[in-house]
Write a protein that binds this ligand. Structure first.
Ligand code: SF4
Ligand code: SF4
Length: 259
């Protein structure tokens, strides 16, 4: 049997990034220097190989392209001057059908940092963080000093705490779930949502059939990646991944940077 290799992916990447992936001869120097390799499901040299073989579906669904921190260590090590970091950028761009962001400036800034300025982003206040009303912008220490019992109740059974001007937890979950339901019903490929910890956690209470009071059962790092697979039903694939952030604390050869 003779199989033909699908060259479309390689050609499209070359057009969008200018990189000639076919020059890769699998020396693996890129993977050997990648500080995030330990967390990737495909190593950088494997990504290059799969681009050459046109394995589009597998590549666009892999976690590697999202864990890559664009540190460019691989690009500087490549003997063929392939900008592997640029190829990762190109694959990220191709993998997303749509990008949504909360209208909060910090979320929009994160979206621009993660995806570049050219990407079309749909901005919505429906994935804005939970409004804390009278507590908005205040320090935890001050709230504790003011009313420790109220703060304790907020952590244990938040739905029982009435915050003046704040959002009801059940209403918060309804707005987030209705937004997600619309995305799920929209035909197309993968979507990225740049949003807030409370939004992700309240959606997970819905997904995992938990009570709204279980909102704080999750500890979600800032700027982390949570992946939900939408096929026969929404399923949690990964939670709070931060390997793309940890790379900045590592040395160029993947060893911890000196303190
Ligand atoms: S840019 Fe950095 S994190 Fe991304 S694949 Fe290359 S070495 Fe790894
Ligand atoms: S360093 Fe360059 S040539 Fe070597 S495997 Fe990586 S991309 Fe290919």
């Amino acid at each position: 049997m003779i199989n033909t290799v699908n060259r479309r992916l390689e050609a499209e990447l070359q057009e969008s990034t200018g990189e000639k992936v076919r020059l890769c001869y699998q020396c693996k120097k890129c993977s050997a220097g990648c500080p995030v390799a330990f967390a990737m499901d495909l190593l950088p040299h494997e990504v290059m190989k799969m681009v050459q073989y046109g394995q589009e579906r597998r590549l666009l669904q892999c976690s590697t392209i999202w864990l890559c921190s664009s540190c460019e260590t691989c690009s500087t090590r490549c003997p063929n001057d392939i900008d592997i970091a640029g190829v990762m950028d190109g694959l990220r761009e191709m993998s997303l059908e749509a990008v949504y962001s909360s209208d909060a400036e910090r979320a929009l800034e994160t979206a621009r940092l993660a995806l570049g300025d050219g990407r079309r982003i749909t901005v919505s206040d429906r994935i804005r963080e939970l409004s804390l009303g009278e507590w908005e912008g205040r320090l935890i220490d001050d709230l504790h000093a003011e009313d420790p019992a109220k703060l304790d109740a907020w952590y244990r059974t938040p739905s029982t705490v009435n915050l003046k001007g704040g959002e009801d937890l059940a209403a918060f979950r309804r707005r987030v779930v209705s937004f997600m339901d619309e995305i799920i019903a929209t035909p197309g490929g993968d979507a990225a949502l740049i949003t807030h910890g409370g939004v992700i956690c309240i959606y997970l209470t819905h997904l995992l059939r938990m009570h709204v009071d279980d909102l704080w059962s999750f500890s979600l790092p800032n700027a982390s990646i949570t992946t939900i697979v939408l096929d026969f039903k929404p399923r949690l694939r990964s939670f709070g991944e931060t390997a793309h952030l940890d790379a900045s604390a590592l040395g160029l050869d993947g060893m911890p940077a000196p303190l």
